[in-house]
Write a protein of this length. Structure first.
Length: 507
């Protein structure tokens, strides 16, 4: 009777764990879609406010060399910051080029006026270069303007210039543009002081009152047949229930055809006022409070049942702020980066002080086989669905191995034991509650990449269970790095849109 009762409890626990896993997988999808929807709404709000205030959609504040493409001039010229903008000096009098960074298509058909805040120490001739598609010939407008000594503002009407293709053909008046450069020629030793650039419209741009197009779930982001907006700013409402990946695929495809399109999730309207972001002062204040809490806990740990929960939360708060808080952008903000470093240092202190290690009765060979098992289905998917697999460089592979080591050490060697202590008070009980908890936290460290969050939830459940049985981290680290590098090499676009996380996923 006792055997039957134990078996019934085991079956019930297994079914409950499976149902919880399914619920978490669905929750990850919903969370990712919600975060992407909010991001797209905020983008539409900012764009709407910009247009209503008659401000340019495309503008470049040039303060540091890094504000130019490649952070330098193409040719024989030096670029330095002078406190107000860029000081560009011709080294030998030959033409050099300055690239304006473009992360998506630019609409020169409706915004053809290139306005420069610039001055020169001597006369400078300007050519303009642009490319209508990523693989199209380069089009050049020679002698587009002359920058005279003392000039502070120069406006060039790109629609009135004569454009010549690099293959000696003719270019039509620019519409969509994927590259925009200035070619400058001035005497040797002359200075060009460049402050900003912007694209303006000669006409008043009006916003639609209602969505121009309401997209359906039956339509595909790769097929835009039947969609022919004629306005400069068409408004698209995305299909109901779209996943995070589908919404971004729609955004990229629509903007490649209509660069100024307003793109909003189903049921949302763009507002005239841009949303207010958390101020830098508040971010620094939160960072300082977090650092003070970590220092106090490292010097004098809490006692009692709350201690493992507190220490697990303290270790995870910094990484989650950076990733799930969408603070990891092209240039991450300093407060969450400092919080991440502090959390890792605190985790090292906790790990060294507690000297906690989980050791099961699993042999070395068996622990390696279990940990490396996810490599088999991953390689199988690569063989069946792989798209032009390319082996990573040795440097990249070693870098990712170090990154995987850091992640798994934090999640399995530090946080997992704390969760087991908090849930049971010992390591002898069923590890599955703590395993599921740590897998959920690991998945959240890949927010808002929905598909990647789901994959990480599944595989970390397996690896956390392996670690709880064997206490061996190395095979798990190698399996983690191997699976990620295989996905990166040939399964991007099949299993997941990218391996990017936090705000970088939106790029």
């Amino acid at each position: 009777m006792n055997v039957q009762r134990r078996l019934s409890r085991r079956i019930a626990a297994t079914v409950g764990a499976a149902l919880l896993l399914v619920a978490l997988l669905l929750a990850m999808r919903v969370l990712a879609a919600r975060m992407v929807a909010v991001h797209l709404l905020h983008e539409a709000q900012r764009q709407s406010a910009t247009l209503r205030n008659r401000q340019p959609l495309w503008q470049w504040e040039l303060r540091q060399p890094g504000d130019l493409v490649a952070g330098r001039a193409f040719g024989h010229a030096s670029v330095t910051a002078d406190g107000q903008g860029l000081d560009i000096v011709s080294q030998d009098g030959t033409p050099f080029e300055l690239g304006l960074p473009i992360d998506r298509a630019v609409d020169l058909a409706h915004w053809p006026l290139l306005q420069l805040q610039a001055s020169a120490s001597s006369g400078a001739r300007l050519d303009v270069l642009q490319r209508t598609a990523p693989d199209a010939p380069l089009c050049t407008a020679s002698s587009a303007a002359v920058l005279s000594v003392g000039t502070q503002r120069l406006t060039i009407d790109l629609s009135r210039l004569n454009w010549t293709a690099s293959d000696s053909g003719q270019c039509s008046a620019p519409g969509q543009t994927w590259l925009l450069r200035l070619r400058v020629q001035m005497p040797q030793g002359s200075h060009l002081y460049l402050r900003s650039a912007a694209l303006l419209s000669p006409e008043v741009i009006t916003l639609p009152e209602h969505p121009t197009w309401v997209l359906s779930n039956e339509a595909s982001s790769s097929n835009l047949d039947g969609i022919h907006p004629t306005t400069a700013v068409p408004w698209f409402e995305l299909p109901t229930g779209s996943s995070a990946e589908n919404m971004l695929a729609w955004r990229d495809r629509l903007r490649s055809s209509w660069p100024a399109a307003l793109i909003v999730p189903a049921g949302f309207d763009p507002k005239a006022t841009a949303p207010a972001a958390m101020s830098e002062g508040w971010a620094w204040a939160a960072c300082l409070v977090y650092l003070a809490i970590l220092l106090a806990s490292a010097a004098k740990p809490l006692q009692g049942a709350v201690r493992p929960w507190f220490e697990a939360a303290a270790c995870m708060a910094g990484p989650l702020w950076l990733i799930a808080g969408l603070q990891w952008k092209t240039h991450p903000a300093w407060p969450p980066v400092i919080a991440l470093v502090a959390a890792l240092l605190y985790a090292a202190v906790v790990s060294k002080r507690d000297k906690v290690a989980l050791h099961g009765n699993v042999g070395v060979a068996q622990s390696w086989l279990f940990a490396l098992f996810p490599l088999l289905p991953t390689m199988g998917l690569l063989a069946v669905l792989g798209q032009h697999p390319a082996a990573p460089s040795i440097v990249h592979a070693l870098t990712y191995l170090a990154w995987a080591s850091l992640q798994q050490w934090l999640m399995l060697a530090v946080v997992l034991p704390k969760l087991q202590q908090g849930l049971a008070g010992s390591f002898s009980v069923d590890p599955w509650p703590a395993v599921m908890f740590v897998a959920m936290l690991f998945a959240l460290l890949h927010t808002p990449n929905g598909a990647l969050m789901q994959l990480c939830l599944l595989v970390e459940c397996w690896w956390a269970w392996c670690y709880a049985r064997s206490g061996r981290l190395l095979p798990i680290v190698l399996a983690h790095a191997g699976c990620a590098l295989i996905v990166e090499a040939g399964l991007l676009g099949v299993l997941t849109r990218s391996l990017e996380v936090s705000a970088r996923f939106f790029l």
